[in-house]
Design a protein around this ligand. Structure first.
Ligand code: TYD
Ligand code: MG
Length: 512
């Protein structure tokens, strides 16, 4: 006679019976929430930062909220406001959008304040600009404005770092454009006592974003970046704004403005500026600035890439160096091209050519310091690595573009015809790229030459390379120029290759 065990009644998860806590405890440093008070925040580890906060209860029905037919919305409300600086407009997707907030990141001293002061002065008759600074005095801002020719009646300044003071100044000034320089210096009592904490940045960003939206105005928040290029503070601040742009230094005076998020436009756009004695000036045709002019033959390890960065074509010199690794393990040092991409291309090369890369230290650089992110850099990178490892230089006048698959095939890249024309304009006569076009693209003014014709060119190049006298070199350079001149706009050739091995054969002949 065993005792039967009664099955336990099923647990019923009844949402209606669940009581939501009306108070929670929120960390004033990082924003972490806990149902009970704790002496130390389990998220950020700070002591005595948990403060009591109310949770939001059930929403009352809001009778004033209603949708409108999309067709009845006035399209003029979405018109953009030009910043008066073309390169800035370009990265913003055609100018500022009213009712939006933009985060501008960059290392200290790169030129963020200069750029924004210049943008404020270019606003002209479109509206008033308010420059809020928590870092500089009004006199310092005036001196800078005089220096860069940005002294304008349209600009008002406010030096302070209390968020509520900033908002009330904005309320009374009614600016079209407000610059907050910087978001890390602004603080609010509500978000805890310590300025610059992630919670403060998140809270103040949210307030400025809401102000911009409710006043149909534009707010630019300047943000300092940490050493690894991240905007200091929570990633959440980036999610709160409509666009995130960052200022990077390419070389001494060259500044690159890069979009990393844009709700109203492309997010991979670049803007180019030069920092000079009187502020920043725009550089509208940067296609050739990353080229290195050389007399005579190229050293080994160098290949020219034709890349599309944003909406512009750039020719950039990819440099590679390989030396035997002391530990016998491959190490990649590359800060301009993603090191993972370099490792992948080295692996593809090792598989396809049997050259050993896995015991090498690999150094990769891009002349002029530009960061390259486009997949079309794969093929020039592979050729630079091959050239570095084999000690054979690329023939002169050669530029490349193409994405590589792990199997060593060259995948199509967009607008190969435009790339060919841009490279040709800069004097390149052998443009090596994928054989196929991307689906849906039409060829304009350019023809694809088969690899057979390429081999003939390679033969010429190799014959030239064998010669070492200056006369031979000059003759070769002359021949290259003549070759460039004979290609009319209609017949610019790109040498189409379907695999990495085929492109190596075009460059260095059958032995590769
Ligand atoms: P700034 O705009 O203050 O940088 P950020 O706001 O990003 O910290 O720029 C400061 C640097 O720029 C400083 O090193 C001096 C240089 N600069 C010039 O070279 N020319 C100029 O006309 C100005 C205003 C600054
Ligand atoms: Mg500054």
């Amino acid at each position: 006679m065993g005792t039967s065990i009664e099955p336990a009644p099923p647990l019923i998860y009844d949402k209606t019976n669940m009581k939501k806590p009306s108070t929670i405890y929120r960390c004033s440093a990082c924003g972490h929430e806990e149902p009970k008070w704790l002496g130390r925040c389990p998220e950020c580890g700070q002591w005595n930062t948990m403060v009591e906060a109310k949770t939001i209860g059930r929403f009352e029905k809001d009778k004033t909220a209603f949708p409108v037919p999309l067709e009845s919305v006035d399209p003029a409300l979405g018109a953009r406001v030009s910043s008066g600086i073309l390169e800035l407009d370009r990265v913003l997707g055609g100018g500022f959008m009213r009712g939006s907030a933009v985060l501008l990141g960059g290392e200290p001293g790169i030129g963020k304040s200069t750029l924004l002061l210049q943008a404020c002065s270019k606003l002209g008759a479109k509206g008033k600009a308010l420059y809020i600074s928590g870092e500089e005095s009004a006199a310092q801002i005036r001196l800078r404005a005089e220096r860069v020719g940005a002294l304008s009646k349209q600009i008002e300044v406010f030096c302070g770092n209390d968020m509520h003071a900033c908002l009330s100044v904005m309320d009374s000034a009614h600016p079209l454009l407000t610059v907050v320089d910087s978001i890390q210096t602004v603080h609010s009592e509500e978000a805890g006592a310590v300025p610059g904490t992630p919670n403060q940045i998140k809270f103040c960003t949210q307030e400025f974003v809401e102000w911009a939206k409710s006043h149909d105005s534009i707010v630019i928040l300047v943000a300092h970046v940490t050493k690894d290029g991240m905007i200091a503070g929570p990633k959440a601040a980036e999610h709160l704004v409509d666009a995130v742009i960052s200022f990077e230094q390419a070389e001494n005076t060259l500044r690159v403005l890069r979009t990393s998020k844009n709700r109203f436009g492309s997010s991979d756009e670049l803007g180019f500026f030069l920092m000079g004695e009187s502020g920043l000036s725009e550089l509208q045709d940067p296609s050739g600035i990353f080229m290195v002019r050389r007399e005579g033959q190229l050293p080994s390890g160098i290949a020219v890439a034709i890349v599309y960065e944003g909406s512009r074509i750039l020719l950039a010199e990819v440099q590679a160096l390989t030396i035997p690794s002391k530990s016998g393990i491959m190490r990649v040092y590359s800060d301009r091209i993603d090191p993972l991409r370099v490792s992948r291309i080295a692996a593809v090369l090792e598989k396809q050519t049997r050259l050993d890369f896995s015991s090498q230290e690999i150094y990769v650089n891009v002349a002029g310091g530009l960061r390259l992110t486009e997949p079309a850099v794969d093929l020039p990178l592979a050729c630079a690595l091959y050239s570095a490892r084999s000690g054979q230089a690329l023939p002169e006048g050669c530029a490349l573009a193409g994405e590589l698959s792990l199997a060593g095939e060259i995948r199509p890249v967009r607008s190969m015809d435009r790339r060919t024309k841009a490279a040709h304009q800069l004097g390149f006569v052998r443009i090596i790229g994928p054989k196929a076009m991307p689906a849906g693209e039409q060829l304009v003014d350019v023809r694809v030459t088969s690899a057979g014709a390429g081999k003939a060119n390679a033969g010429k190049a190799n014959a030239g390379k064998a010669g070492s006298s200056d006369a031979e070199r000059a003759a070769k350079a002359g021949a290259a120029k003549a070759e460039a001149a004979t290609h009319s706009a209609q017949t610019l050739p790109w040498l189409g290759a379907s695999s990495l091995r085929e492109s190596l054969r075009i460059l260095w002949g059958q032995g590769t």
